[in-house]
Design a protein around this ligand. Sequence first.
Ligand SMILES: [Zn+2]
Length: 315
Amino acid sequence: MEKRSLSDVMKWEEISIGATAAGNTSISVGEIGEEGPLVVITAGTHGDEGPWGAWAIRKLLDRIPEEDLTGRIRVVPVTNPIAMAGNDRGAHLDSLDLNRVFPGKPEGTHSERLAATIVERCLGEDVDVAVDLHGGGSWCVNSFAFSFPGDDDLALAADAPFIVKRPPTEGPPTSLTAYAASQGARITAWEMGGRSGVEEEWAEHIADGLHRVLTLAGTVSTPAPPNKVEASAYLEGLGVITPSMGGILLPVLREEAIGTVVDGGTLLGRLVHPATFEELERFEAPYDRTALLLIRNQLMVLNAGDMTYVIGDAS
Ligand SMILES: [Zn+2]
């Protein structure tokens, strides 16, 4: 008889968020395991980061046999469903960034109710580890993980080309991971993958990382694959390159450049006029050694101020 995987035995629950004029909306929460360390994995907090994180979660659950479960796993693959449906960062109903409204308000607007529901149902004090999958999505590919104080091992598990250190949260927590940390969970957030010709490789890469998190937490006994990246580079700060006017991006560097370091002055892409395709602006690597954390790898429309490249100084 075929071995059953965690995907085969995951129990799914539809949890109502509250009524909109279009009817009730809900999120799918998957749960498995009765006792032991609890790992919570969320994805799609930003709707335009879409199904790539959810795909990695499915790949993770497919590869682990049921009998190797030694703890508890809770997954929310589509944390912000209405935003995902519209390919928007936040739900258009209130235009709030879900990842800035935690712990939410049970009687608030859609996004505030969504945050409150996730807090109530998914982020209690029994959570040992919380991983929030971001990045990539419909308009870019990313290649980094955030490391939070004391939880560097979880960031390293991502096997990301770059790791960005985050200082301790000041003030009340407003993001999903900061809220989870305030309840005692160890946390990491990953910005990896997205729409590209190598999107399945990235989904596998993220699934490998999640697998390492589960073994670190003592939640599964299946040995995880070793890291492939030789040494993840730590970056202190991030820079963002944005166009000063609207136009069409003609990318020069494509998905194979994601996660690499390029020399200063390397041409990353060109902004051209939407009608004439006359060159309006050139995007070049600003540092002697420029780490490429986020790139837009396809021809696309840009408006002034759009995040087009996220870079780091790897000199
Ligand atoms: Zn995000």
